[in-house]
Design a binder for this molecule. Structure first.
Ligand SMILES: *[C@@H]1O[C@H](CO)[C@@H](O)[C@H](O)[C@H]1NC(C)=O
Ligand SMILES: *[C@@H]1O[C@H](CO)[C@@H](O)[C@H](O)[C@H]1NC(C)=O
Ligand SMILES: *[C@@H]1O[C@H](CO)[C@@H](O)[C@H](O)[C@H]1NC(C)=O
Ligand SMILES: *[C@@H]1O[C@H](CO)[C@@H](O)[C@H](O)[C@H]1NC(C)=O
Length: 395
């Protein structure tokens, strides 16, 4: 980067800063100006070329920073030597990211349901899955009671589960359990986490193509300097997790296979969050691992590999502790069309400035609707959703 900056300086000098040199040049013949412009262009091209070659975070590179560079350049590692555990962890993660992956003949999507008990929307999901056998697998983690299944797609799909307490590390443990089970199927390429109040927003083919033909994970991630973001950070996470790297995001992810393997392989960062990101930390800090662990881990390890938004919509417009819950009387074709037409992601910081960050949802570089699923839909809305399914999923 130092070389790049030096060249940039030269370019700026040659293009002419305001001052006496420029005024002098203007008096000279036109061919000198043309020559200077030509040389400037050449130097600029060399600058772009070297910046890309060195894998730096060039402003001209659409890819952003290359992975190699990030591992060497994480803010926390720049000023200190890495610990033995960090070196071990970084080589494993880098290796996984660079592993050539064999494309299965029949790539599938793993639909992983995290629920306390029965799933009220099984019959809607059945309409969604119908006719696509062989392109998906279902996994159910029921933490409180054995679910009563009403759809054939959900029968015998319960995995061994454990207790889940809201906001605690047991939530992340359950997510890891689902990933571990779903990874056993070599054909699963994207792993979607869903809840008992989630509904599909599109027909199966649409969701399948959206998730199979993307090479990023849809993990929600943003920087929140406020009390519900960095305010939850504890210095106990040092040195491995610096407050500068602490990120926030909704837990409802869809991640690619490589990233699911990284979650399995990570013990170092997981343990940090398990010990130091929990409700009642240091007396009054309520840190919720399920909202911080994955965004922070992937922000540090593979920022270019995630979309930074979740494909599961939630309506936070009421600005309450939980998103708006939709009841039977709220369900209409217009509501669903409104949700499926959203094509920009929205994040709001929790400090008093309440900075609103709006970004277009770019799918392989194209602007497209952000959401494939939505929550929270209350059980009484099932009938209305089934009646409307064929309508609202028509493109
Ligand atoms: C994803 O694929 C696009 C197009 O092939 C490519 O430009 C981009 O670098 C890839 N991103 C990652 C994280 O592999
Ligand atoms: C996601 O955010 C990170 C910064 O945390 C950025 O480097 C990356 O390019 C973003 N991903 C996309 C697809 O824009
Ligand atoms: C749908 O969006 C329009 C335009 O923003 C809004 O006026 C309308 O109230 C919305 N309808 C529902 C049912 O959310
Ligand atoms: C649903 O589709 C049917 C058949 O195409 C159509 O007649 C009806 O108006 C649609 N309903 C809504 C709410 O769009």
């Amino acid at each position: 980067m130092r070389i790049a900056r030096a060249v940039e300086q030269q370019v700026q000098d040659m293009l002419g800063k305001p001052g006496s040199r420029q005024r002098a040049r203007l008096k000279k013949p036109v061919w000198i100006i043309a020559f200077v412009a030509f040389v400037s262009l050449f130097v600029l091209a060399v600058f772009v070329y070297t910046a890309q070659r060195s894998g730096s975070c060039s402003m001209f590179s659409s890819r952003g920073c290359s992975t190699n560079q990030i591992l060497i350049n994480t803010p926390s590692s720049r000023s200190r030597p890495l610990t033995d555990d960090e070196i071990a962890s970084h080589v494993v993660i880098r290796e996984i990211l660079h592993m050539p992956h064999a494309e299965p003949k029949n790539p599938k999507i793993a639909f992983m349901f995290l629920t306390p008990g029965s799933l009220p929307y099984e019959l809607l999901w059945e309409k969604f899955f119908e006719g696509h056998e062989g392109s998906f697998t279902v996994y159910v983690h029921a933490s409180r009671e054995r679910p009563h299944h009403v759809s054939r797609y959900f029968m015998n799909r319960d995995i061994h589960s454990g207790e889940v307490e809201w906001g605690k590390i047991s939530m992340v443990e359950a997510e890891r359990r689902l990933l571990a089970n779903a990874l056993q199927d070599q054909d699963n390429m994207q792993f979607v986490l869903l809840s008992d109040s989630c509904v599909p927003l599109h027909a199966f083919e649409y969701v399948y193509n959206y998730l199979i033909f993307t090479n990023v994970s849809f993990i929600d991630c943003f920087e929140d300097p406020g009390p519900h973001g960095m305010g939850r950070y504890s210095d106990h996470m040092l040195p491995e997790v610096d407050v500068k790297d602490f990120r926030k995001g909704s837990q409802w992810f869809s991640m690619k296979r490589q990233h699911a393997i990284i979650v399995m392989a990570d013990n170092l960062y997981y343990t940090k969050f398990k010990l130091y990101c929990k409700p009642g930390m240091e007396g009054n800090k309520n840190c919720y691992s399920d909202e911080h662990y994955l965004p922070t881990l992937f922000h540090m390890m593979d920022p270019g590999g995630m979309a930074n938004w979740s494909v599961t919509h939630a309506d936070w417009s009421e600005e309450k502790w939980h998103p708006k819950a939709f009841r039977a009387q709220d369900i209409s074709y217009e509501l669903l069309k409104n949700i499926t037409s959203i094509d920009e992601s929205l994040h709001i910081t929790s400090d008093e400035k309440r900075v609103v960050m709006i970004r277009p949802c770019l799918w392989n570089g194209l602007r497209r609707p952000c959401f494939l699923f939505a929550r929270k839909f209350l059980p009484d809305a099932l009938g209305n959703m089934i009646n409307l399914f064929n309508n609202y999923t028509r493109i």
